[in-house]
Design a protein around this ligand. Sequence first.
Ligand SMILES: O=C(O)CCC(=O)C(=O)O
Ligand SMILES: [Fe+2]
Length: 603
Amino acid sequence: YSKVIKLRTTMSEALKKRQEKKKRKICAKLQAYGLQIDCNPTSTVVIANAGIGNMVCSTELTHLVSQYGDCILLKLDGKSYAVVQYKNTESAKYAAESLEGHQMVKQTKNEFATFYCFYLNNIPQEDVIFAEEKSDLPNGLIKIENFLNKEEEQALINCIQHDISILSNDHVSEKLKHRTVLHYGYKFRYGTNDVDINNPISEGLPNYIENLLDRIMATGYLPSRPDQLTINMYEPGDGIPPHTDNTRSFDGVLSTVSLGSHTVMNFSKEGAERIDVCVEPRTLFLFTGESRYEWRHGIQQRKFDILDQGKKITTRTIRYSLTFRTVVKDAGKSGCTQKEEFLIPENESDANSLESSHVHSVYDKIADHFSSTREKPWPHVVEFLQSLPRASVVLDVGCGSGRYLGVCQQHFMLGCDRSVSLINICKQKNFPSFVCNGLKLPVREGSFDACICIAVIHHYATEKRRIQAIKELLRAVRIGGKILIYAWAIEQTCNNVKSKYLKKNAVTSNQEHIESDVSSPKDGKQKLAVHVNRTLFVQQDLLVPWKSKNVNSKSNNSCSTYLRYYHVFKENELQSLCSQITECSVLKSYHDNGNWCVILEKV
Ligand SMILES: O=C(O)CCC(=O)C(=O)O
Ligand SMILES: [Fe+2]
């Protein structure tokens, strides 16, 4: 057994003994769960305290464990451990030794989970979650099978059946023509496919879904905790017409948990082949990116489904689905019509929904066109990368479609971005990259020699968030590590030289000009101005139009305007944010073509 434990040599003897004792206890617990712990390294690592039950973020964990080699994260749901299957024993050994004693911040509490690693000599067959994105799903749809176990499923069904059977003020139940629905938090209005934000149901979401919702939050995909729940009950022969859940009323990611019968969900989108996705009971679907905004989903009214390419016919029984949504509180915030009014956010929740509707979802929609205009690297950014010691490990936070990921072959470059569609483009280019929010980077402290963050932090809608984004960059690099940040400047001329952005005015006179909307206080709140492209900025917080061409369509006729939120920086503002952060030393600060830039060092 002692071969399993490789504790760090720096530990004191007493601490080492305590750890060994603790580890033996944990080992006994794992064995009690039926896991066969092997004294010798195998290709399967079990990490105690890294399970969904420990509130560890699965996306963060996935990125962490994959640093040591090709692997699949198998999670035994509800339990307090994770199982990682590596391609070979060597990688597994590397991971187990590196992750021993690793501490990860838990999702919902301000606490750490301390990892203990063991080897398994059997891969558990029961209750395994493959948190893999499958290629036969619409882009952005994340399917996690066995998200809950059978007992949890039955307990939820019992609660739902009880709610259906009683008339109560805390939910609204309705028998529709082709299914029965229950609404919590807000009543869903089928005529307009929205909710009345002024009329919430006072009881909120039912208590019995809180644990489930904690677990959904722990996946790390949802920007905020949902406040509306629709439960659909489908009898055999029931269905739901193809639709896209209203993006004006509901923010960001949707999550749906299935209980009872299997079903088949059909995804459709103009110009794309229909995708039929088999929905097993106990599966969680996260509708992100394209699957949320561009695809319709529906369920045909049938009593049976034909699966496995016609080989299997399965009869439907009663199915329940729980769809969690987050209601947009200021109804004018989502979507992209310019006539609506938008306010400068004053709190985190407003900032979160503004970023979701006017940054994340816009980039997901304009990704192809955006990428085609962002190919040429900026020289001073390349210069910074080249100034780093050879073979540096560099993280590009907000890498977009990978503009800088291929420019410096002498380094190891890793990219991340909040936009699923932009990361898909990086992946097509074979750039190592992943999706995450820069406010919470799923990386270990000090893992990088350097970070770049180009044209990203101007998309955070409060100063607190801009500082948090810089703090995360500092956390990601080691002491002595360098960081380069670029943010758009309100000053678009420097030493009387116009930035390229302004200069382009001459050749883009046929650009659409939307009425510039200078902020005037409205009920004491400042409005966001809609900026006129290629002109001087009238204020710091703005919506900047992006006229999108569909680069994939031959006709080039399909064109729409989206508004992206920006906070353009004043001279010294970026420096001053950095100086509020301990361990941050500003090495250099400069203006580059309409951007304020800083080079930082972690001290
Ligand atoms: O039953 C499902 O899985 C889907 C439900 C749904 O799409 C909805 O309620 O909007
Ligand atoms: Fe839906």
